[in-house]
Design a protein around this ligand. Structure first.
Ligand SMILES: [Mg+2]
Length: 298
């Protein structure tokens, strides 16, 4: 890939932008890439930089966390170039799913090596997501995330906020249709995964993959807060799918209705609400990633 042109769009507000971006870009430059670095001020500027700069480059690099990648996803699909990730954000679950090191300088070496994978993009009500879309508890957690705490404690802040929110958690009624199968649940949380990891290293399920053309759905049926807390370690490991207090489904198209309508969080931001139609676009993006990473196990 030497002498290739790389367009790097960097979220300059990302948590490690000041300290980690320089060494990563130096590593790419010293490997022979011609680099065009853009530091857009907001999402609109980032999307414009991708659309305007894509023709003149061989590959694009997104420097940021899951939120940055998510905001760029539709533009990245539209321009159709291979994509490198420099994980410099607070949440880097997509990098974890793809076996890309969370150290940006090491992640730069993945781009240098040139191996790529085709990955799926999930959609809910027309909104793209890479990792997970969720309804219920995790939406409350995301809304409570204090930006200062997020900066200081990174992944730990999710756990701290989770403990606060659990005390006030409410169950809701939902109907889930997955590839023709319909289930009614009373639940604390429903998650629909496209990738493997979300929420700072929690696993959608042990079998989830970002390139299988499938969405993995789970709904937590636990009846009390204590049962919910007992479930937490299994949720983190992805072993919850075997439990009888969790409903698990897997399919290509999913519809979820709730009463009342509830907000939906896609990879950390509330972007839409129920009723929700989910689909998956198989192989929508090509990302520089280790070829042998068995979705987070590599
Ligand atoms: Mg999948």
């Amino acid at each position: 890939m030497s002498n290739s042109r790389l367009l790097i769009v960097a979220n300059s507000g990302a948590s490690q932008a000041e300290t980690a971006l320089g060494p990563a870009i130096s590593a790419l430059a010293s490997s022979g890439f011609d680099i065009d670095l853009r530091q857009p001020g907001d999402v609109d500027e980032m999307v414009a930089a991708i659309r305007e700069g894509a023709d003149a480059c061989d590959a694009l690099v997104v420097a940021g966390g899951d939120g940055t990648v998510n905001a760029a996803t539709d533009a990245l699909i539209a321009v159709g170039k291979p994509i490198g990730l420099l994980p410099i954000g607070t949440a880097n679950d997509l990098a974890l799913t793809l076996g890309i090191p969370v150290d940006p300088e090491e992640a730069a070496q993945i781009i240098v090596s040139g191996d790529t994978r085709r990955v799926d993009v999930g959609r809910v009500n027309g909104v793209s997501f890479m990792n997970v879309a969720s309804i219920g508890l995790s939406v409350d957690i995301a809304r409570r995330q204090d930006p200062q705490r997020k900066q200081q404690w990174r992944a730990l802040s999710y756990l701290m906020t989770t403990i606060e929110v659990l005390g006030e958690a409410n169950r809701f009624r939902a109907t889930i249709e997955c590839d023709g199968e319909t289930i009614e649940v009373e639940t604390y949380q429903i998650a629909v995964g496209n990738g493997v990891f979300y929420g700072g290293g929690m696993r959608i399920s042990e079998d989830a993959a970002i390139d299988d053309g499938l969405l993995d759905v789970y709904a937590i049926k636990a009846e009390t807060i204590l049962e919910l807390m007992a479930l937490a370690p299994a949720l983190r490991a992805g072993t919850h799918v075997e439990r009888d207090d969790v409903i698990s489904l897997c399919g290509r198209s999913v519809r979820i209705t709730t009463d009342p309508p509830l907000p939906i969080n896609t990879d950390g931001e509330v972007t839409t609400e129920t009723p929700a139609e989910f689909s998956v676009e198989s192989g929508a993006l090509t990302i520089f990633a280790p070829p042998d990473a068995a979705d987070g196990q590599g």
